[in-house]
Design a binder for this molecule. Sequence first.
Ligand SMILES: NC(=O)c1ccc[n+]([C@@H]2O[C@H](COP(=O)([O-])OP(=O)(O)OC[C@H]3O[C@@H](n4cnc5c(N)ncnc54)[C@H](O)[C@@H]3O)[C@@H](O)[C@H]2O)c1
Length: 350
Amino acid sequence: MLTLLTSMYLVVRAVSSRAEPIRVVVTGAAGQIAYSLLYSIAKGDVFGKDQPIILMLLDIPPMLPVLEGVVMELQDCALPLLRDVIPTDKVDVGFKDVDAAILVGSMPRKEGMERKDLLKANVAIFKTQGAALDQHAKKTVRVLVVGNPANTNCLIASKSAPSIPKENFSCLTRLDHNRASSQVAMRCSVSSDNVKNVIIWGNHSSTQYPDVHHAKVNVNGSEMSAYDAVKNEAWLRGDFISTVQQRGAAVIKARKLSSAMSAAKAICDHMRDIWFGTKEGEFISMGVYAKGNSYGIPEDLIYSFPVQIKNKTWKMVDGLSINDFSRAKMDATAAELVEERDTALELLSQ
Ligand SMILES: NC(=O)c1ccc[n+]([C@@H]2O[C@H](COP(=O)([O-])OP(=O)(O)OC[C@H]3O[C@@H](n4cnc5c(N)ncnc54)[C@H](O)[C@@H]3O)[C@@H](O)[C@H]2O)c1
């Protein structure tokens, strides 16, 4: 029996080590999030420990010399799964046959820049990248948009890639989700893996709604609602929400740079869940196409919902009860997204 199991194991190992490499593009690859992210991807934390990878690194022309340094460092990591690294400033090269696209690069807000100008620059970037995905990527590509404004950039990219299913596009609200889980865990003096099913609704902005009405906390082996575990409704309805909403700004204030390590970790969590699925009985938050949602959210938006994932396909968690407190906050963040979308679509049509 043991010999049979050993030979089966060896066969599985031999087959998996011969797996075809997948192609993964990271845009904004010379930036600070990418610097924290690329190592985790290249060593197998996201797509599996037996999955060889070809990394495509896309950035803008002035950043190519920096990108060369990133390539050198990746080579110097001597990672067995990393089969090739292709730095480029050309979308047709960067998106060629990709299986996964992590769109981190975007136009940052500069001093004195109007919101509309920022949106205009990003609409142009995500229109180009969506069209390039449409033309060059595999139709099964999974696209994760991180660059801000992440929800609207994701919507523009998906609208610019009509041959790729809308369900293949998502935007990152996992960082907000992780922040919410961690705040509750710290409050209850448990580790973060004892908290599940927090929800981030809406926009990855300060109007997002971190909701713990359906969250569970495991305290000393017994599972209870977050409200019972925290025992402080005023905190859950007040400081908890504003802390999560304002966390990005607080990190910038302290670090003089925006979140990078935690953003990279959240990107890995998000993509790994797409690739391998979510745990039984658990849901996570991600910005997805709102069509067909049961929560009365306008349909033509990328809005963060609770989802479960199986076979690389997400499904919204339906039927959660929504009280008046939650309803108002879910609608407020939707209203912000509708306004952002309308401006972006107007710019897209110009
Ligand atoms: N959704 C989230 O939870 C979340 C969290 C943190 C940061 N962000 C956003 O992620 C983005 C990147 O953050 P960062 O800290 O890495 O910024 P960064 O400025 O360090 O790096 C951004 C990189 O993107 C590149 N870039 C700009 N335009 C590009 C284009 N058209 N194609 C390819 N590359 C391009 C830049 O040259 C730069 O190298 C920002 O928009 C930030 O606001 C989102």
